[in-house]
Design a protein. Sequence first.
Length: 157
Amino acid sequence: MIIRRANLSDQPEIERLLTQVCKVHADIRPDLFIEGKRKYTETELAAIIKDDGRPVFVAIDDDGTFMGYCFTVIEEHNGFNEPPHKTLYIDDLCVDENIRGKHVGRTLYEYVREWAKSNGFYNITLHVWEHNEKAKSFYNAMGMKIQLYGMEEVIDS
Ligand SMILES: CC(C)(COP(=O)(O)OP(=O)(O)OC[C@H]1O[C@@H](n2cnc3c(N)ncnc32)[C@H](O)[C@@H]1OP(=O)(O)O)[C@@H](O)C(=O)NCCC(=O)NCCS
């Protein structure tokens, strides 16, 4: 397996997996996600792939099979009350549903962690939906800890 930055030729496979992630989220929150859709349009995704401020990493098997991706966003923190630091935000991470549980996710995450370390980042952050227990177990296994809680009250009953 190799991990590398995504390019435009990866776009169809990235879109296929974006649809898988949307289904995971729609199964948990059908009020907020539409199964069969994906997070980004074709145009938006093409722009993200070319954006050095939003590196997308992909895992490719030795035979060329697309295995997974990790979307990231570079955040520069220079607020009045903040020590200046860089955060790498994981916007999305997905392994093809046919090959989960075979350490592709771990390999991708560890690659991204090393990339962040060698590029001077202070931390890695992400959001995970409540009830996405598999993803929570995965991130815990990677060594991540809860940083903050996102709260919600649905008021349109
Ligand atoms: C979450 C995800 C990226 C993990 O990738 P993966 O390749 O399946 O996971 P790995 O095989 O690398 O697992 C690494 C460790 O994570 C934990 N883990 C992974 N999947 C797990 C599961 N289904 N249940 C419990 N623990 C799990 C285990 O500790 C595992 O180590 P082990 O196999 O030595 O026990 C993948 O399952 C996925 O794409 N899920 C759907 C999309 C998603 O929810 N993404 C997160 C959005 S925030």
